[in-house]
Design a protein. Structure first.
Length: 179
């Protein structure tokens, strides 16, 4: 990526920090003196700092990795939200698979692509599991365990009843109440 592309994206050309769209460098890289001082990048006496992953020279004020390597570092097992206790099979299941997509489509067809709460034909439909997906593995793909709701009604249901331990009585109570 050229320096001009970095500037257009609002990223410091030295350390990769998000910056104001008008300047080329962040405040750390501009130097402490605002009276025409040069960036520490151009100081011949400054100590050089290199990325620990790729070896590319980085700004003295930057962290240990360059911008590109930092993005790669926080993926997969290194990401702070990675759940180490999950197995490979659970990860595959959570990402979606053809049987689940077929189940969702069948629920939509059965309900004629209409939200069963507000009776509107919306393009923001959700196939809601009556009994929670995570707790009832044996009936996950049973069409009778699904109902079509629009995104707003689905969010309202979970605000009222939570996401765990849902059942048919909660769903019936939700469907019968007025707006």
């Amino acid at each position: 990526m050229t320096k001009e592309e970095w500037r257009r994206r609002g990223i410091c050309i030295d350390c990769g920090v998000k910056i104001d769209y008008r300047s080329k460098r962040c405040r750390k890289c501009m130097g402490k003196n605002s009276k025409g001082s040069k960036s520490p990048r151009f100081n011949p006496n400054k100590p050089k700092k290199f990325c620990i992953d790729c070896g590319k020279e980085i700004c003295v004020n930057a962290k240990a990795r360059c911008f590109d390597c930092n993005k790669k570092w926080f993926r997969g097992k290194n990401h702070f939200l990675w759940k180490h206790e999950k197995g490979k099979e659970e990860r595959i299941i959570d990402r979606g698979y053809s049987e689940y997509n077929d189940w969702r489509t069948e629920v939509y067809k059965r309900d004629k692509y209409i939200c069963q709460k507000c009776k509107q034909n919306s393009n923001n439909l959700v196939a809601h599991h009556i009994f929670p997906y995570s707790q009832f593995k044996e009936i996950r793909l049973n069409i009778d365990n699904g109902i079509t709701l629009c995104r707003n009604c689905h969010n309202d249901f979970h605000k009222k009843f939570g996401k765990k331990g849902n059942n048919t009585t909660q769903l019936n109570e939700f469907l019968e109440e007025e707006f």
